[in-house]
Design a protein around this ligand. Structure first.
Ligand SMILES: [Mn+2]
Length: 432
């Protein structure tokens, strides 16, 4: 393999030097400010260093809409180049050492080379995602009218077998979870029998569940619309919860932030799933209307904070079995995908650290006293605290960049990749 451009560790360290004095000053100020509220800044830095967010392999390519896709320069042309970009993201932020694969988009016959490449980059494989929402070349039966819930038993069988193939791939590369999202649903009233469709889905999922290893998790991802515009089979968290409960302890619910109607109280859904031990994890993104594409924290940072408020509350309360996986799932249509994923991972860390600042004793007292003003003010105090110096210090201590976007841009990585990776006709990587 010819040597390809990479951002050298020395380069990151050199770039950090120019910012380290300012960081020390900001860190010191924040440290003193937090101490007034009996918060130890060092413990927050350690929390930030431990947080892990998986990057989606499909996120490093430019996404698109159903209208068009505008490819960027130097896009990865296959899974090995996607891993290279994922490694660059992790090198800068140090919280994204896991990559979530999507089969068949990332199908690779030589799995041992894939594992070796990941190891070389210091990456591991997170949940593996199956795909029965589009037809693949040479596929015998079409998913036009559904997959796991299809009326036709042979089509269901094909979709089940694909999921079992994904589990087999996952076993080889070290994944510990399968994420199943289906595009099944209907576009017209009367097109589908709701009850029978869900029964067929559950029957199919029971077969997949049986193939899931004992130390794995099976994530069920709900979505209220799209590609089906009248009704989705797994339309909401309630349906997801019921299916996870029907299937058994390995089955858990995955919450994709963009898969809810506007203004739905997602933090409350998260709380419910925590309470009933069915929260599997997240696909983080943000949304203004009905998409699931925008960068995490870019539209509703307070919502992201409130979700982490629930998660941190569960962590501190030591809720039994609480161990959610964090993944990003976005479509980058107008940005350099690396910059979007870097920024988004930092927003996840920001919300997580801010949620750790919440004075939970004060909050609880306000709740018991019926003091809504103080309760909200307690949350807002944490949410309005600029924890950037904590995040920067956590990155720097792990060898990452104090200012990841600045380092990335200064490195010329994208221009180098544009030279190394001339565009190929027909590449469709990145469509979510
Ligand atoms: Mn998703």
């Amino acid at each position: 393999m010819p040597a390809t451009f990479e951002i050298k560790q020395d380069y990151v360290a050199e770039q950090n030097k120019a910012k380290s004095d300012w960081l020390a000053q900001d860190f010191d100020y924040l440290s003193r400010k937090l101490r007034r509220g009996n918060v130890d800044i060092e413990s927050l830095v350690e929390k930030a260093r431990k947080l892990k967010v998986a990057v989606p392999s499909w996120g490093v390519g430019t996404g698109g809409t159903r209208f068009a896709r505008f490819p960027g320069a130097g896009e990865p042309r296959g899974i090995f180049e996607k891993l290279e970009d994922c490694s660059t993201i992790n090198q800068l932020v140090r919280t994204t050492s896991a990559v979530s694969l999507h089969i068949p988009w990332d199908k690779e016959d030589d799995l041992s080379s894939l594992v070796a490449a990941a190891r070389r980059y210091g990456l591991e494989f997170d949940a593996i995602n199956s795909n029965t929402f589009q037809d693949q070349p040479g596929q015998e039966r079409s998913y036009k009218f559904g997959s796991l819930s299809h009326e036709d038993v042979a089509t269901r069988k094909q979709a089940i077998e694909h999921n079992i193939d994904c589990i087999e791939i996952g076993k080889t590369i070290g994944s510990k979870a399968l994420t199943v999202w289906v595009g099944d649903g209907s576009n017209f009233a009367g097109q589908s029998n709701f009850r029978l469709a869900l029964e067929r889905y559950l029957d199919s999922m029971r077969e997949i569940y049986a193939a899931v290893p004992g130390d794995w998790k099976l994530y069920i991802e709900h979505k209220f619309f799209e590609p089906a515009f009248y009704a989705s089979v797994i339309n909401d968290w309630g349906t997801s919860y019921i299916c996870a409960k029907e299937l058994g302890s390995k089955a858990l619910c995955l919450v994709d932030l963009g898969h809810h109607a506007p203004n739905v109280n997602i933090e409350q859904i998260v709380s419910r799933l925590i309470q009933f031990k069915k929260l599997g994890g997240f696909h983080f993104n943000d949304s203004k209307y009905g998409d699931d594409d925008l960068d995490a924290g870019s539209v509703k940072p307070f919502q992201l904070f409130l979700i982490f408020n629930e998660l941190v509350d569960a962590e501190l309360s030591k809720v039994e079995g609480f161990d959610p996986s964090y993944m990003l799932d976005q479509s980058h249509n107008v940005t350099d995908p690396i910059e979007s994923l870097v920024t988004s991972s930092m927003e996840i860390s920001r919300a997580f650290v801010q949620a750790h600042i919440v004075d939970r004793t004060k909050l609880r007292e306000a709740q018991m006293a019926g003091d809504a003003i103080t309760a909200l003010a307690t949350l807002k105090e944490a949410f309005t605290t600029d924890v950037s110096p904590i995040l920067a210090a956590a990155r720097e201590r792990d060898g990452g960049a104090i200012d990841p976007i600045a380092v990335y841009r200064a490195s010329g990585y994208r221009a180098e990749k544009a030279r190394e990776r001339p565009a190929q006709k027909g590449i469709s990587a990145g469509i979510v």
